[in-house]
Design a protein around this ligand. Structure first.
Ligand code: THG
Length: 367
């Protein structure tokens, strides 16, 4: 029997009590918080996401708030995507890179006002980074991590549930656009977003005291659609081709290598961090690219804590960065980061912990 003790540094989210009451069985640590990952039935949770509606505690997606006269300038210094046309109420998926052009985080940026932005971050110390950059560049901006915690409703029936709670206006929200509102007096922002390709919304709770109440409002409203608890699904996200920065990237990976070139605008101002390196990399051509792999074998064989070598005719050509059992493809699938020029269809061998395993490179998304 193993148990985990929350403390002031490994924080529970405002939805943690609700998640435990739902029967939480597994969790991870992300942004120095407990991230629920399973409620004991991984396959059932997967099919609920594919066919119904799944409710996720994703409070670990912390917001780094930029506020003040130079908030927009700082956002553009941090993000390698052109934000000049971003409207209030709009969100954009962006890459944050370091000076070498390596991706260090891939937040959703939300523009709440001309002088107020949130970076809804993946795992990493973006607040520390943003504070350092703002200070070094003499910017007038206050940076904090506000009391804002997202809960996600994902799956083909998520829209019906969210519309039932908030009204039909949510059906007209465009991808990554959001609106600030209240639910039974609880302050929230509602965005069409979420870390799956099954569609859905994220409800950003703006007062952590109301986590359990907000959870239960959606839990009750979702009953006619058979809502149930879940978590970001490794199977669904790999099938759908969503990148996990930090998992699928190492400390040299640039956005072009992992299919994120469409979120890089080379014409952003020269003071955007990493853009000079990315212009050079683009001109010289990338040396690696991300592809999918389908492995032979009839039993789930997930990746452990180490990435595994990918071999072609006895030569190392790259690495396997994740591996998950696809319930729809009935195979182990994953992403590889391999030398440029290796085409789809190529047969390779992966040096797995259990021994060599044959696989075939394919395009992404799988489905
Ligand atoms: N929601 C919120 N914050 C987050 C995440 C989230 N922060 C961390 C992490 N997830 C950020 N990463 C991603 C990665 C991909 C997408 C969203 C967040 C995504 N991508 C689509 C794609 O790549 O196809 C669409 C991108 C586009 O077309 O603009 O949705 O989930 N609040």
């Amino acid at each position: 029997m193993f148990s985990f003790q929350p403390n002031t540094r490994i924080r529970p989210s405002p939805f943690f009590e609700a998640a435990v009451a739902e029967g939480l069985t597994m969790a991870n640590v992300y942004n120095r918080m407990i991230m629920p990952t399973s409620y004991g039935d991984p396959e059932g949770e997967y099919w609920r996401l594919i066919n119904g509606v799944s409710q996720w505690d994703v409070g670990v997606e912390r917001q780094v708030q930029l506020k003040g006269r130079d908030a927009g300038r700082l956002a553009q210094i941090l993000a390698t995507r052109d934000l000049s046309a971003c409207a209030v109420g709009q969100g954009k998926y962006v890459a944050l890179c370091n000076h070498a052009g390596t991706i260090i985080n891939d937040p959703i940026l939300l523009k709440l006002a001309d002088d107020l932005y949130w970076l809804s971050i993946a795992d990493g110390d973006v607040e520390l980074w943003a504070r350092a950059i703002a200070a070094e560049r003499g910017l007038e901006v206050e940076i904090c991590e506000p009391d804002v915690s997202p809960m996600a409703l994902q799956g083909p029936k998520a829209e019906d549930v969210v519309a039932h709670v908030l009204g039909d206006w949510v059906r007209a929200l465009k991808y990554f656009w959001f609106r600030e509102t209240e639910i039974e007096g609880i302050p929230v922002a509602v965005q069409r977003s979420g870390w799956s390709k099954q569609g859905g919304f994220e409800i950003y709770l703006k007062d952590g005291r109301h986590g359990t109440r907000l959870w239960n409002i959606f839990r009750e409203a979702g009953r006619p659609w058979d809502i149930g608890p879940g978590a970001p699904s490794s199977a669904e996200r790999v099938e759908s081709g969503l990148v996990s920065v930090g998992g699928d990237t190492d400390d040299e990976t640039n956005p072009f290598e992992v299919r994120m070139g469409r979120f890089v605008d080379l014409h952003v101002p020269d003071d955007t961090i990493g853009i000079a390196a990315l212009r050079r990399i683009r001109a010289e051509g990338v040396k690696r690219h991300q592809m999918g792999i389908v492995l032979e074998g009839e039993l789930p064989a997930p990746l452990g804590v180490r990435r595994e070598e990918v071999m072609l005719a006895g030569r190392r050509i790259g690495m396997l960065t994740n591996c998950t059992w696809s319930f729809r493809m009935k195979a182990n699938i994953g992403f590889v980061l391999v030398e440029s020029g290796v085409p789809a269809g190529t047969g390779v061998t992966v040096e797995r912990a259990s021994g060599p395993s044959a696989g075939r490179l394919v395009g992404i998304p799988f489905l």
